[in-house]
Design a protein around this ligand. Structure first.
Ligand code: ACO
Length: 312
């Protein structure tokens, strides 16, 4: 997480000074969010991704030179091109391995993990660095109280390694592009100018309704693919957008909330970074232990959604 932390009280005061009215009570009650972090000016997704990557490499006991694939999930890349993954590769001081970004908004990390797993299984890579990194504060409209209180910045990373014992048991990815309009940043660069609105637009209720339905479907599909049931899940690590969506998913899967990793209260919605940040928090705090079965679930703009079931 970038060091600058804003509690709801901090954000409420900042927004009030610009004539935008909200409250800690509304934000906590509707979302479960109590604080988020914002990156300082000049800090990019690749910078946050670099910190997370270094921590992941240390935790995995893998040298950066041994990484032979980098995938960065982000919707807030440093540049239009090249990829944030290429910039990150250079910042890590390595060269030669394939690198690319995956753009699936808040489902980006489960998409990236699935692609890395497939490339390892086909022998295209043996040690992959998979990163979710975002600076969503850059695309927020701070005059729109229905969205600007929800998001934060951050990055998380994992190292995946080829093994005879599968870590990733199954994945299930989906998208439906007819819902592009309910969650988007419609602007684009053309002729040296930004055409259209470059700030995030969201129909919160439409997103909410879709999210609770598709997350249940993806969870059941990935369990079926792996030949497992809800009872086999030790931990659910869902995309951290809204505590009410997480509670609803847990209820539908008959999982107690004690098995759900929740960091949305401290991070807000960090889009593609939210799942690896939550995973990192749960592993480092000793919640998730070696050998446990973990389900990751993402949902976001596109509309995209998916789940990954893994043996930690
Ligand atoms: N502070 C105070 N009041 C507010 C605020 C705010 N920040 N925002 C909205 N309100 C008001 C509205 O104006 C409305 O007032 P009204 O009844 O007088 O018109 C009232 O609160 C209720 O607004 P709703 O939009 O109906 O509130 P809802 O209960 O639906 O909660 C929320 C809104 C939190 C956005 C919810 O719909 C949600 O979480 N949706 C899913 C969002 C999500 O998960 N997005 C991320 C997807 S991941 C990705 O790809 C980026």
């Amino acid at each position: 997480m970038p060091p600058h932390r804003l509690t709801n009280a901090d954000l409420v005061a900042e927004l009030a000074s610009q004539g935008v009215e909200t409250s800690d009570h509304w934000i906590v009650e509707r979302t479960g969010i109590r604080a988020r972090h914002f990156a300082a000016n000049g800090v990019f997704s690749s910078d946050l991704g670099l910190e997370a990557s270094r921590n992941a490499l240390v935790a995995a006991g893998v040298a950066a030179e041994d990484i032979d694939l980098i995938i960065v999930a982000t919707s807030t890349p440093d540049m239009v091109f090249p990829s944030t993954a290429a910039i990150l590769q250079h910042k890590l001081g390595i060269a030669g391995c394939p690198v690319f970004d995956v753009q699936a908004v808040c489902s980006g990390f489960v998409y990236a993990l699935t692609v890395a797993d497939a490339m390892i299984q086909t022998g295209s890579a043996s040690k992959a660095l998979v990163v979710g990194a975002e600076v969503f504060s850059r695309i927020l409209d701070f005059k729109d109280r229905t969205t600007c209180v929800l998001f934060g910045d951050g990055a998380g990373a994992v190292v995946l390694e080829a093994s005879r014992t599968p870590g990733i048991l199954a994945s299930d990815l989906h998208a439906d592009g007819k819902h592009v309009g309910i969650l988007c940043v419609p602007g684009h660069v053309s002729g040296g100018q930004i055409l259209g609105d470059p700030l995030l637009k969201m129909d919160g209720q439409a997103v909410f309704k879709l999210a609770v339905g598709v997350l249940e479907d993806a969870a059941r599909a990935v369990l079926a693919k792996a030949g497992k049931t809800e009872a086999d899940i030790d931990w659910l690590v869902p995309h951290q957008a809204n505590i009410r969506i997480m509670r609803s998913t847990a209820k539908k899967l008959a999982l107690p909330m004690s098995k759900v990793v929740v960091t949305v209260d401290q991070h807000g919605n960090t889009s593609a970074a939210s799942i690896p940040l939550a995973l990192d928090s749960a592993v480092r705090s000793g919640q998730i232990k070696k050998g446990e079965t973990v389900m990751l679930e993402g949902v976001g703009g596109g509309f995209t959604w998916g789940a990954v079931l893994l043996n930690f």
